[in-house]
Design a protein around this ligand. Structure first.
Ligand SMILES: Cc1ncc(COP(=O)(O)O)c(C=O)c1O
Length: 462
Protein backbone atom coordinates (compact mmCIF):
# COMPACT_ATOMS: atom_id res chain seq x y z
CA UNK A 1 0.00 0.00 0.00
CA UNK A 2 1.19 3.51 -0.73
CA UNK A 3 2.31 5.54 2.24
CA UNK A 4 0.01 8.45 3.07
CA UNK A 5 2.70 10.30 5.00
CA UNK A 6 5.21 11.78 2.60
CA UNK A 7 4.93 13.59 -0.70
CA UNK A 8 6.95 12.32 -3.61
CA UNK A 9 10.00 14.39 -4.49
CA UNK A 10 8.68 15.07 -7.98
CA UNK A 11 6.19 17.64 -6.75
CA UNK A 12 7.27 20.99 -5.43
CA UNK A 13 4.81 22.05 -2.74
CA UNK A 14 4.34 24.68 -0.12
CA UNK A 15 2.42 22.39 2.17
CA UNK A 16 4.82 22.43 5.11
CA UNK A 17 2.15 23.51 7.60
CA UNK A 18 -0.45 21.09 6.31
CA UNK A 19 -1.95 18.08 7.96
CA UNK A 20 -0.04 15.52 5.93
CA UNK A 21 -2.06 12.56 7.13
CA UNK A 22 -4.81 13.65 4.73
CA UNK A 23 -2.55 14.14 1.72
CA UNK A 24 -1.91 11.21 -0.60
CA UNK A 25 1.64 10.08 -1.20
CA UNK A 26 1.68 11.33 -4.77
CA UNK A 27 -0.41 13.84 -6.68
CA UNK A 28 1.26 13.00 -9.98
CA UNK A 29 -0.92 10.24 -11.38
CA UNK A 30 -4.35 11.84 -11.19
CA UNK A 31 -4.82 14.10 -14.25
CA UNK A 32 -7.45 16.49 -12.96
CA UNK A 33 -10.32 17.75 -15.14
CA UNK A 34 -10.78 21.47 -15.95
CA UNK A 35 -7.84 22.21 -13.66
CA UNK A 36 -4.48 23.87 -13.92
CA UNK A 37 -2.74 20.64 -12.89
CA UNK A 38 0.69 22.25 -12.47
CA UNK A 39 -0.58 25.02 -10.18
CA UNK A 40 -2.88 22.74 -8.21
CA UNK A 41 -0.15 20.21 -7.54
CA UNK A 42 2.18 22.96 -6.28
CA UNK A 43 -0.51 24.25 -3.94
CA UNK A 44 -3.31 21.71 -3.59
CA UNK A 45 -6.75 22.31 -2.18
CA UNK A 46 -8.09 19.02 -0.86
CA UNK A 47 -11.50 18.74 0.76
CA UNK A 48 -11.61 16.24 3.58
CA UNK A 49 -15.15 16.45 5.00
CA UNK A 50 -18.52 17.98 4.18
CA UNK A 51 -21.68 18.30 6.29
CA UNK A 52 -24.74 20.41 5.64
CA UNK A 53 -23.67 23.72 4.13
CA UNK A 54 -20.03 23.40 5.20
CA UNK A 55 -16.88 21.66 4.11
CA UNK A 56 -13.40 21.29 5.60
CA UNK A 57 -10.12 21.40 3.71
CA UNK A 58 -6.86 19.63 4.47
CA UNK A 59 -5.60 22.63 6.41
CA UNK A 60 -8.49 21.98 8.80
CA UNK A 61 -10.17 25.19 7.66
CA UNK A 62 -13.97 25.30 7.43
CA UNK A 63 -15.54 26.80 4.30
CA UNK A 64 -19.16 27.53 3.55
CA UNK A 65 -20.27 25.95 0.29
CA UNK A 66 -21.54 28.83 -1.84
CA UNK A 67 -22.29 26.87 -5.01
CA UNK A 68 -23.87 23.65 -3.66
CA UNK A 69 -20.81 21.70 -4.80
CA UNK A 70 -20.94 22.08 -8.58
CA UNK A 71 -24.65 23.02 -8.28
CA UNK A 72 -25.33 19.38 -7.42
CA UNK A 73 -25.67 19.24 -3.61
CA UNK A 74 -28.54 21.68 -2.97
CA UNK A 75 -30.02 19.58 -0.14
CA UNK A 76 -26.78 19.75 1.82
CA UNK A 77 -23.83 17.44 2.26
CA UNK A 78 -24.03 14.13 4.13
CA UNK A 79 -27.84 13.74 4.08
CA UNK A 80 -28.58 10.73 6.30
CA UNK A 81 -31.79 9.81 4.42
CA UNK A 82 -29.91 9.49 1.13
CA UNK A 83 -27.00 7.60 2.66
CA UNK A 84 -29.32 5.07 4.27
CA UNK A 85 -31.39 4.67 1.06
CA UNK A 86 -28.21 3.94 -0.89
CA UNK A 87 -26.88 1.56 1.75
CA UNK A 88 -30.16 -0.37 1.83
CA UNK A 89 -30.22 -0.58 -1.96
CA UNK A 90 -26.63 -1.83 -2.14
CA UNK A 91 -27.38 -4.52 0.41
CA UNK A 92 -30.36 -5.75 -1.65
CA UNK A 93 -29.37 -5.26 -5.28
CA UNK A 94 -26.14 -3.53 -6.22
CA UNK A 95 -26.45 -3.69 -10.00
CA UNK A 96 -28.60 -5.00 -12.76
CA UNK A 97 -28.20 -4.67 -16.52
CA UNK A 98 -30.30 -1.81 -17.85
CA UNK A 99 -30.71 -3.39 -21.32
CA UNK A 100 -33.61 -5.81 -21.86
CA UNK A 101 -34.08 -6.13 -18.09
CA UNK A 102 -34.51 -3.84 -15.12
CA UNK A 103 -35.65 -3.40 -11.56
CA UNK A 104 -38.65 -1.74 -9.97
CA UNK A 105 -36.95 1.37 -8.63
CA UNK A 106 -36.13 2.97 -11.99
CA UNK A 107 -39.80 2.80 -13.01
CA UNK A 108 -40.90 4.25 -9.68
CA UNK A 109 -38.43 7.12 -9.98
CA UNK A 110 -39.49 7.84 -13.58
CA UNK A 111 -43.12 8.13 -12.42
CA UNK A 112 -42.12 10.49 -9.62
CA UNK A 113 -39.95 12.64 -11.91
CA UNK A 114 -42.76 12.85 -14.47
CA UNK A 115 -45.06 14.33 -11.81
CA UNK A 116 -42.82 17.41 -11.76
CA UNK A 117 -42.00 17.83 -15.44
CA UNK A 118 -44.00 20.40 -17.41
CA UNK A 119 -46.68 19.52 -19.97
CA UNK A 120 -46.59 15.90 -21.03
CA UNK A 121 -42.81 15.44 -20.79
CA UNK A 122 -43.60 12.15 -19.11
CA UNK A 123 -41.21 9.74 -20.78
CA UNK A 124 -37.97 9.40 -18.89
CA UNK A 125 -34.64 8.12 -20.30
CA UNK A 126 -31.79 7.71 -17.82
CA UNK A 127 -28.17 8.58 -18.57
CA UNK A 128 -25.04 8.97 -16.45
CA UNK A 129 -24.57 12.72 -16.15
CA UNK A 130 -25.44 16.05 -17.75
CA UNK A 131 -23.17 15.52 -20.76
CA UNK A 132 -24.69 12.15 -21.59
CA UNK A 133 -28.18 13.60 -21.07
CA UNK A 134 -27.44 16.32 -23.65
CA UNK A 135 -26.03 13.92 -26.23
CA UNK A 136 -28.99 11.60 -25.65
CA UNK A 137 -31.45 14.49 -26.11
CA UNK A 138 -29.84 15.35 -29.45
CA UNK A 139 -29.98 11.71 -30.58
CA UNK A 140 -33.63 11.41 -29.54
CA UNK A 141 -34.47 14.56 -31.55
CA UNK A 142 -32.78 13.11 -34.65
CA UNK A 143 -34.37 9.68 -34.10
CA UNK A 144 -37.82 11.25 -33.74
CA UNK A 145 -37.59 13.14 -37.03
CA UNK A 146 -36.27 10.03 -38.77
CA UNK A 147 -39.09 7.90 -37.37
CA UNK A 148 -41.55 10.45 -38.79
CA UNK A 149 -39.92 10.18 -42.22
CA UNK A 150 -38.26 13.57 -41.78
CA UNK A 151 -34.68 12.30 -41.78
CA UNK A 152 -33.17 15.24 -43.65
CA UNK A 153 -33.28 17.42 -40.55
CA UNK A 154 -29.64 17.31 -39.47
CA UNK A 155 -28.88 20.78 -38.13
CA UNK A 156 -28.86 21.50 -34.40
CA UNK A 157 -28.88 25.08 -33.15
CA UNK A 158 -27.07 26.04 -29.96
CA UNK A 159 -26.04 29.39 -28.56
CA UNK A 160 -22.88 31.36 -27.83
CA UNK A 161 -21.70 31.14 -24.21
CA UNK A 162 -23.70 27.94 -23.69
CA UNK A 163 -22.41 24.99 -21.69
CA UNK A 164 -23.91 21.61 -22.49
CA UNK A 165 -21.21 19.30 -21.15
CA UNK A 166 -18.12 17.85 -22.74
CA UNK A 167 -19.26 14.98 -24.94
CA UNK A 168 -19.11 15.55 -28.69
CA UNK A 169 -22.75 16.61 -29.04
CA UNK A 170 -22.66 18.93 -26.03
CA UNK A 171 -19.31 20.42 -27.02
CA UNK A 172 -20.61 21.04 -30.56
CA UNK A 173 -23.74 22.91 -29.48
CA UNK A 174 -21.95 24.61 -26.58
CA UNK A 175 -20.58 28.08 -27.03
CA UNK A 176 -17.80 28.57 -24.48
CA UNK A 177 -14.94 29.38 -26.77
CA UNK A 178 -12.07 27.52 -25.07
CA UNK A 179 -14.11 24.32 -24.87
CA UNK A 180 -15.04 24.47 -28.54
CA UNK A 181 -11.84 25.74 -30.18
CA UNK A 182 -9.60 22.93 -29.01
CA UNK A 183 -11.76 20.24 -30.59
CA UNK A 184 -13.10 22.05 -33.65
CA UNK A 185 -11.90 19.30 -35.98
CA UNK A 186 -14.04 16.56 -34.46
CA UNK A 187 -17.29 18.35 -33.68
CA UNK A 188 -20.74 17.61 -35.13
CA UNK A 189 -21.41 19.01 -38.58
CA UNK A 190 -24.27 21.38 -39.28
CA UNK A 191 -24.37 23.14 -35.92
CA UNK A 192 -25.32 26.83 -35.82
CA UNK A 193 -25.04 29.17 -32.85
CA UNK A 194 -27.44 31.95 -31.98
CA UNK A 195 -26.04 35.01 -30.23
CA UNK A 196 -26.02 34.90 -26.43
CA UNK A 197 -28.54 37.04 -24.58
CA UNK A 198 -26.24 39.31 -22.62
CA UNK A 199 -26.50 42.92 -23.79
CA UNK A 200 -24.34 45.84 -22.59
CA UNK A 201 -27.39 47.47 -20.97
CA UNK A 202 -27.94 44.40 -18.77
CA UNK A 203 -25.98 45.94 -15.92
CA UNK A 204 -26.82 44.94 -12.36
CA UNK A 205 -30.16 43.37 -13.30
CA UNK A 206 -31.75 41.02 -10.80
CA UNK A 207 -34.33 38.92 -12.63
CA UNK A 208 -35.19 39.00 -16.32
CA UNK A 209 -33.84 41.90 -18.38
CA UNK A 210 -36.46 43.99 -20.17
CA UNK A 211 -34.55 44.09 -23.46
CA UNK A 212 -33.23 41.42 -25.82
CA UNK A 213 -36.22 39.18 -26.68
CA UNK A 214 -35.49 39.84 -30.36
CA UNK A 215 -32.21 37.87 -30.06
CA UNK A 216 -34.40 34.77 -30.42
CA UNK A 217 -34.99 35.85 -34.03
CA UNK A 218 -31.50 34.48 -34.79
CA UNK A 219 -33.28 31.13 -35.00
CA UNK A 220 -35.73 32.56 -37.53
CA UNK A 221 -32.79 33.84 -39.60
CA UNK A 222 -31.20 30.38 -39.56
CA UNK A 223 -34.53 28.92 -40.70
CA UNK A 224 -34.63 31.48 -43.50
CA UNK A 225 -30.99 31.06 -44.57
CA UNK A 226 -30.53 27.31 -44.12
CA UNK A 227 -34.13 26.05 -44.38
CA UNK A 228 -36.24 25.47 -41.26
CA UNK A 229 -37.01 22.03 -42.66
CA UNK A 230 -33.34 21.10 -42.20
CA UNK A 231 -33.18 22.00 -38.52
CA UNK A 232 -33.81 19.15 -36.08
CA UNK A 233 -33.55 20.92 -32.74
CA UNK A 234 -32.66 24.06 -30.88
CA UNK A 235 -31.02 23.58 -27.48
CA UNK A 236 -30.65 26.24 -24.80
CA UNK A 237 -30.10 26.50 -21.10
CA UNK A 238 -33.12 28.55 -19.98
CA UNK A 239 -30.66 30.47 -17.79
CA UNK A 240 -27.10 30.05 -19.02
CA UNK A 241 -25.38 28.77 -15.88
CA UNK A 242 -21.71 27.96 -16.31
CA UNK A 243 -20.99 31.13 -18.27
CA UNK A 244 -22.20 33.20 -15.32
CA UNK A 245 -25.98 33.32 -14.94
CA UNK A 246 -27.33 34.89 -18.12
CA UNK A 247 -31.04 35.27 -17.41
CA UNK A 248 -33.28 35.19 -20.51
CA UNK A 249 -34.76 38.56 -21.48
CA UNK A 250 -38.53 38.82 -20.99
CA UNK A 251 -40.29 37.14 -23.91
CA UNK A 252 -37.12 35.49 -25.28
CA UNK A 253 -37.97 31.86 -24.48
CA UNK A 254 -41.58 32.37 -25.64
CA UNK A 255 -40.26 33.67 -28.96
CA UNK A 256 -37.96 30.66 -29.36
CA UNK A 257 -40.95 28.39 -28.72
CA UNK A 258 -42.99 30.15 -31.42
CA UNK A 259 -40.22 29.89 -34.01
CA UNK A 260 -39.66 26.19 -33.22
CA UNK A 261 -43.39 25.51 -33.62
CA UNK A 262 -43.50 27.40 -36.91
CA UNK A 263 -40.71 25.28 -38.44
CA UNK A 264 -41.24 21.91 -36.72
CA UNK A 265 -37.98 22.31 -34.76
CA UNK A 266 -37.79 20.50 -31.41
CA UNK A 267 -37.00 22.78 -28.48
CA UNK A 268 -34.63 21.26 -25.92
CA UNK A 269 -34.15 22.89 -22.52
CA UNK A 270 -30.93 21.87 -20.82
CA UNK A 271 -31.99 22.08 -17.18
CA UNK A 272 -28.94 20.37 -15.72
CA UNK A 273 -28.38 23.37 -13.43
CA UNK A 274 -31.75 25.13 -13.52
CA UNK A 275 -33.80 21.99 -12.82
CA UNK A 276 -35.18 20.79 -9.51
CA UNK A 277 -35.87 24.12 -7.86
CA UNK A 278 -32.86 26.34 -8.52
CA UNK A 279 -35.13 28.88 -10.30
CA UNK A 280 -37.86 28.79 -7.66
CA UNK A 281 -40.17 26.40 -9.56
CA UNK A 282 -39.60 22.72 -10.22
CA UNK A 283 -37.98 23.61 -13.55
CA UNK A 284 -37.14 26.83 -15.36
CA UNK A 285 -39.76 25.72 -17.92
CA UNK A 286 -42.55 26.31 -15.39
CA UNK A 287 -40.86 29.38 -13.93
CA UNK A 288 -40.71 31.12 -17.31
CA UNK A 289 -43.94 29.59 -18.66
CA UNK A 290 -42.44 27.84 -21.71
CA UNK A 291 -42.71 24.08 -22.28
CA UNK A 292 -39.91 22.48 -24.31
CA UNK A 293 -40.25 19.22 -26.22
CA UNK A 294 -37.29 17.59 -24.51
CA UNK A 295 -35.61 18.48 -21.24
CA UNK A 296 -32.37 17.35 -19.62
CA UNK A 297 -31.57 17.22 -15.93
CA UNK A 298 -28.75 15.81 -13.75
CA UNK A 299 -26.92 17.28 -10.71
CA UNK A 300 -29.67 17.80 -8.07
CA UNK A 301 -31.55 14.68 -9.22
CA UNK A 302 -29.48 12.63 -6.76
CA UNK A 303 -28.20 15.56 -4.68
CA UNK A 304 -24.88 14.91 -6.43
CA UNK A 305 -24.31 11.74 -4.44
CA UNK A 306 -24.36 9.28 -7.30
CA UNK A 307 -24.09 10.17 -11.00
CA UNK A 308 -27.31 10.33 -12.96
CA UNK A 309 -28.62 12.21 -15.97
CA UNK A 310 -32.21 12.28 -17.13
CA UNK A 311 -33.89 13.13 -20.41
CA UNK A 312 -37.62 13.86 -20.21
CA UNK A 313 -39.52 13.76 -23.51
CA UNK A 314 -43.01 14.61 -24.62
CA UNK A 315 -45.18 11.52 -24.91
CA UNK A 316 -45.53 12.01 -28.67
CA UNK A 317 -41.74 11.84 -29.06
CA UNK A 318 -41.58 8.51 -27.27
CA UNK A 319 -44.64 7.27 -29.18
CA UNK A 320 -43.20 8.48 -32.47
CA UNK A 321 -40.00 6.49 -32.00
CA UNK A 322 -41.38 3.44 -30.19
CA UNK A 323 -44.62 2.99 -32.17
CA UNK A 324 -42.83 3.35 -35.49
CA UNK A 325 -40.46 0.46 -34.79
CA UNK A 326 -41.56 -3.12 -35.48
CA UNK A 327 -42.57 -5.04 -32.36
CA UNK A 328 -39.71 -7.02 -30.81
CA UNK A 329 -36.96 -4.76 -32.13
CA UNK A 330 -34.93 -2.27 -30.12
CA UNK A 331 -36.53 1.09 -30.88
CA UNK A 332 -33.62 3.36 -29.94
CA UNK A 333 -30.06 2.12 -30.35
CA UNK A 334 -28.70 4.05 -27.43
CA UNK A 335 -27.98 3.55 -23.73
CA UNK A 336 -25.26 3.25 -21.09
CA UNK A 337 -24.04 0.53 -18.72
CA UNK A 338 -24.87 2.87 -15.86
CA UNK A 339 -28.27 4.14 -17.14
CA UNK A 340 -30.52 4.30 -14.09
CA UNK A 341 -28.46 1.96 -11.92
CA UNK A 342 -29.86 0.98 -8.51
CA UNK A 343 -27.56 3.18 -6.40
CA UNK A 344 -28.45 6.35 -8.34
CA UNK A 345 -32.12 5.47 -8.42
CA UNK A 346 -32.11 4.94 -4.64
CA UNK A 347 -30.51 8.36 -4.20
CA UNK A 348 -33.04 9.88 -6.63
CA UNK A 349 -36.00 8.42 -4.74
CA UNK A 350 -34.64 9.67 -1.42
CA UNK A 351 -34.20 13.13 -2.97
CA UNK A 352 -37.82 13.08 -4.16
CA UNK A 353 -38.90 12.31 -0.58
CA UNK A 354 -36.90 15.27 0.72
CA UNK A 355 -38.31 17.60 -1.96
CA UNK A 356 -41.80 16.70 -0.76
CA UNK A 357 -41.20 16.52 2.98
CA UNK A 358 -39.31 19.80 3.14
CA UNK A 359 -41.41 21.62 0.55
CA UNK A 360 -38.16 22.53 -1.17
CA UNK A 361 -39.48 24.43 -4.20
CA UNK A 362 -41.58 26.73 -1.99
CA UNK A 363 -38.61 27.20 0.28
CA UNK A 364 -36.39 28.32 -2.62
CA UNK A 365 -39.09 30.73 -3.81
CA UNK A 366 -39.32 32.29 -0.35
CA UNK A 367 -35.57 32.57 0.19
CA UNK A 368 -34.77 33.93 -3.29
CA UNK A 369 -35.55 37.66 -2.73
CA UNK A 370 -33.36 37.65 0.38
CA UNK A 371 -30.46 36.11 -1.56
CA UNK A 372 -30.87 38.47 -4.50
CA UNK A 373 -30.86 41.53 -2.25
CA UNK A 374 -27.84 40.25 -0.33
CA UNK A 375 -25.78 39.46 -3.44
CA UNK A 376 -26.58 42.80 -5.07
CA UNK A 377 -25.26 44.54 -1.93
CA UNK A 378 -21.80 43.74 -3.38
CA UNK A 379 -22.37 45.95 -6.40
CA UNK A 380 -20.32 48.90 -5.14
CA UNK A 381 -17.15 46.91 -4.47
CA UNK A 382 -14.28 48.30 -6.53
CA UNK A 383 -13.51 45.06 -8.37
CA UNK A 384 -17.10 44.25 -9.33
CA UNK A 385 -18.00 44.86 -12.97
CA UNK A 386 -21.54 43.49 -13.02
CA UNK A 387 -23.96 41.24 -11.14
CA UNK A 388 -26.84 39.18 -12.57
CA UNK A 389 -29.17 36.85 -10.78
CA UNK A 390 -32.36 34.88 -10.62
CA UNK A 391 -33.83 33.01 -7.64
CA UNK A 392 -30.96 31.10 -5.95
CA UNK A 393 -28.31 31.74 -8.58
CA UNK A 394 -26.12 34.73 -9.35
CA UNK A 395 -23.07 35.69 -11.39
CA UNK A 396 -20.62 38.34 -10.24
CA UNK A 397 -18.30 39.61 -13.00
CA UNK A 398 -14.91 40.75 -11.74
CA UNK A 399 -13.20 43.51 -13.74
CA UNK A 400 -10.78 41.95 -16.19
CA UNK A 401 -7.08 42.14 -15.36
CA UNK A 402 -4.78 41.90 -18.42
CA UNK A 403 -6.31 38.69 -19.81
CA UNK A 404 -9.64 36.89 -19.37
CA UNK A 405 -9.78 34.56 -16.39
CA UNK A 406 -6.86 35.99 -14.39
CA UNK A 407 -8.97 38.29 -12.21
CA UNK A 408 -11.67 35.66 -11.70
CA UNK A 409 -9.28 32.98 -10.54
CA UNK A 410 -7.21 35.28 -8.30
CA UNK A 411 -10.36 36.72 -6.76
CA UNK A 412 -11.68 33.19 -6.21
CA UNK A 413 -8.50 32.24 -4.28
CA UNK A 414 -9.01 35.27 -2.00
CA UNK A 415 -12.64 34.23 -1.40
CA UNK A 416 -11.50 30.67 -0.67
CA UNK A 417 -9.03 32.10 1.87
CA UNK A 418 -11.89 34.13 3.34
CA UNK A 419 -13.82 30.89 3.87
CA UNK A 420 -16.31 30.60 1.02
CA UNK A 421 -16.09 28.01 -1.74
CA UNK A 422 -17.86 28.26 -5.11
CA UNK A 423 -17.34 27.90 -8.87
CA UNK A 424 -15.61 30.58 -10.92
CA UNK A 425 -15.71 30.57 -14.72
CA UNK A 426 -13.43 33.03 -16.48
CA UNK A 427 -13.89 36.31 -14.63
CA UNK A 428 -17.29 35.40 -13.24
CA UNK A 429 -17.95 34.13 -9.72
CA UNK A 430 -21.01 31.89 -9.79
CA UNK A 431 -22.95 31.71 -6.56
CA UNK A 432 -25.66 29.10 -6.02
CA UNK A 433 -26.54 28.56 -2.36
CA UNK A 434 -28.14 25.37 -1.15
CA UNK A 435 -31.91 25.07 -1.16
CA UNK A 436 -31.76 24.23 2.54
CA UNK A 437 -29.95 27.51 3.30
CA UNK A 438 -31.18 29.70 6.08
CA UNK A 439 -30.79 33.47 6.00
CA UNK A 440 -27.69 33.15 8.22
CA UNK A 441 -26.03 31.01 5.52
CA UNK A 442 -26.76 33.62 2.86
CA UNK A 443 -25.35 36.31 5.16
CA UNK A 444 -22.20 34.27 5.75
CA UNK A 445 -21.67 33.59 2.03
CA UNK A 446 -22.10 37.26 1.16
CA UNK A 447 -19.93 38.51 4.07
CA UNK A 448 -17.12 36.17 3.06
CA UNK A 449 -17.47 37.14 -0.60
CA UNK A 450 -17.18 40.76 0.45
CA UNK A 451 -14.00 40.03 2.42
CA UNK A 452 -12.51 37.95 -0.40
CA UNK A 453 -13.29 40.47 -3.16
CA UNK A 454 -12.02 43.35 -1.02
CA UNK A 455 -8.80 41.49 -0.19
CA UNK A 456 -8.36 40.79 -3.90
CA UNK A 457 -8.58 44.53 -4.66
CA UNK A 458 -6.09 45.29 -1.88
CA UNK A 459 -3.66 42.65 -3.16
CA UNK A 460 -3.59 44.34 -6.54
CA UNK A 461 -2.46 47.60 -4.96
CA UNK A 462 0.39 46.01 -3.00
C1 LIG B 1 -26.38 23.12 -18.51
C2 LIG B 1 -25.41 21.98 -18.38
N1 LIG B 1 -25.48 20.96 -19.22
C3 LIG B 1 -24.64 19.90 -19.13
C4 LIG B 1 -23.67 19.86 -18.16
C5 LIG B 1 -22.74 18.70 -18.08
O1 LIG B 1 -22.99 17.96 -16.94
P1 LIG B 1 -21.93 16.87 -16.43
O2 LIG B 1 -20.76 17.60 -15.95
O3 LIG B 1 -22.69 16.15 -15.35
O4 LIG B 1 -21.63 15.98 -17.57
C6 LIG B 1 -23.57 20.92 -17.26
C7 LIG B 1 -22.53 20.91 -16.22
O5 LIG B 1 -22.32 21.84 -15.50
C8 LIG B 1 -24.45 22.01 -17.37
O6 LIG B 1 -24.36 23.06 -16.56
Amino acid sequence: MKSRIKLTKKIKTNMSSENKTTIPNSLNEHWMPFTSNKSFKESPRLITEAKGAYMKNHHGKTLIDGSSGLFCNPLGHGRKEIISAITKQLETLDYTQPFQQGFGGSFELATRISKHTPGNLNRIFYTICGSTAVDTAIKIAIAFHKAKGDGKRFRVVGRERAYHGMNIGGTSVGGMVNNVKAFASILMPGVLHMRHTHLPEHKFVSGQPETGAELADDLERFAMNFGGENIAACIVEPVAGSTGTLVPPKGYLQRLREICDKHGILLIFDEVITGWGRMGSEFAAQEFGVTPDIMTMAKATTNGISPMGVVACKEEIYDGIVDNAPKGTIELFHGYTYSGIPISVAAGLAVQDIFEKENIFKRVKELSPYFQEAIFSLKDLEAVENIRGYALMAGIDIKMDQKPGKAGFTCWTHCYEAGVNFKATGDCLIIAPMFISEKKHIDEIVDKLKTGITNYSKSKKN
